[in-house]
Write a protein that binds this ligand. Structure first.
Ligand code: FMN
Length: 198
């Protein structure tokens, strides 16, 4: 099967599912296409209501002492957000489908980054497996609370402030035309709410 065949199979399956169900269809995909931007556009044109970027496939290791395949699962780390972050920034505003981010979300910091890139939704699995559902934290502090906010709560407040004052995802404006990283940094800072001190 060629790469072209694989891509066409994605489109065909999506088209068949769309024709069969009345509800919105989100398609979760890996990044391993020769031209992911083109693939995203084809899925968009085939009617995907959302793209979920990216699936994180099981990747077995080798145990050299036992000479065995080790099929265990390594949970993700925040450093893995960069590939989906890049593609969400590239695609946001350029396709009709909504964009959901998955991979590497360990705290509110990654949520903020994905939302700034233009994600409509952000998902977390590894962190919840490690720490349990309570790790997601409350979206608002309990009324009358005098303790400092959990990080996720603070981050979500920052995001809602940024989103309400920014009509388009900030990162959408990063490509093109190319800008220096210092220009991008000052653009991000200009949208930072005053209460965010670091
Ligand atoms: C134990 C486990 C089971 C998973 N099962 C599925 C699944 O059935 N379908 C799916 O689309 N993704 C599945 N995933 C992938 C997660 O939904 C998620 O996309 C991936 O783990 C990256 O997010 P994370 O970095 O927050 O873990 C699974 C992940 C784990 C760790």
């Amino acid at each position: 099967m060629t790469g072209r065949d694989v891509e066409q199979r994605f489109v065909d399956i999506l088209t068949a599912v769309k024709a069969s169900v009345p509800i919105p269809v989100a398609l979760k995909t890996g990044p391993f296409f020769s031209a992911f931007g083109n693939m995203a556009r084809r899925l968009d044109e085939a009617g995907a209501d959302a793209l979920v970027l990216f699936n994180r496939f099981y990747q077995p290791d080798f145990d050299l002492d036992r000479l065995e395949v080790v099929p265990n699962l390594e949970l993700s780390t925040p450093s893995e957000i960069r590939l989906p972050l890049l593609w969400i920034a590239v695609l946001a505003g350029r396709i009709k489908a909504s964009l959901a981010a998955t991979t590497g979300v360990r705290s509110g910091v990654e949520v903020v980054k994905y939302l700034l890139a233009g994600a409509d939704a952000v998902m977390s699995t590894s962190a919840v497996l490690d720490h349990g559902p309570a790790h997601l934290g409350p979206s608002t502090p309990p009324s009358g609370s005098t303790t400092s906010k959990p990080r996720s709560s603070t981050s979500m407040s920052i995001v809602s402030t940024i989103r309400s004052s920014t009509p388009r995802p900030i990162a959408f404006n990063m490509i093109p035309p190319p800008r220096s990283s210092s220009t991008i940094t000052s653009r991000l800072r200009s949208r930072r709410p005053a209460r965010c001190s670091s």
